[in-house]
Design a protein around this ligand. Sequence first.
Ligand SMILES: [Zn+2]
Length: 292
Amino acid sequence: MDMNRLKFAVILTGLPVFVMIISIITNAILSKKHKLNDYIKQFQSSFDWVNFTILSSALFLLNFTFFPLLQAQEKSQIESTSIGIAFIILLVGLSPILFPLIVLIRTSKYEVDDELELLVNKEMNTTIKIRVINQNVVNAFATGVLPFTNIILIGAPLLKQFTSEELKAIIAHEIGHTIKRHMLYLTLLMILIQISLLLLHQYVVLPLILLNKLNWIFKGVSFGILFVLGNEIFSFFQKKTEYSADKFAAETVGINNYAEVLKKLNTVTGGQLQNKTATHPTLIERLEYIKS
Ligand SMILES: [Zn+2]
């Protein structure tokens, strides 16, 4: 057994988990209203061991398979860059492609609601699958980068706490994401950012470090700075997609109706929509935008 190969696969598979833990902690520190405990509770209620195991195993397998290719010494720089690019595409694309398939297979966890699906698709003139997450998740998501795997997920508590008119507004936001293909564009954007970072690091930063005989610490620090920069760029565009989905929902169900549902969602989630996050604009920013 090649220990380096195993180490590489374990570290790279664990990296998303590590980033997630760091982001929960920084969120808790940055936000004054919420304590770390609340974030952990919120995380626990949305966590799913089966999904985590399937996605982690797939990720581990990908990393383990690619290690010898990334390592091979006798390759030219162009060859190793191409392998790096192929690796990034598979790595970033893995869960956006795999997750909807898991949803379609796990029918007891992600339940079909024929009535709701029919109602929404008829009114909005779409053919999008709707699944109810059988768990204490007070949220809704759009998923699927491939056209036939477009699924809208709604947490079961929302069905109890919102009227069917209000649910329509929540779902309209997710349909906005789906119709405008936001998940596909965001996945492609992430691939583009990661490839740019790879090229920048390999052809600009590393040669500079070698030329100036700088310490290995600079390698790590420069990579960290590029990583944060990449995340900032991604977050900027992700927020744009949220505004765009809000606009779509407001046009579909009416600006005032939609604004009221956003406010209610904020109350139901204990003020979560008010907080500044990397993925969503704040409630005030969203309300201002749909009224503009
Ligand atoms: Zn959204």
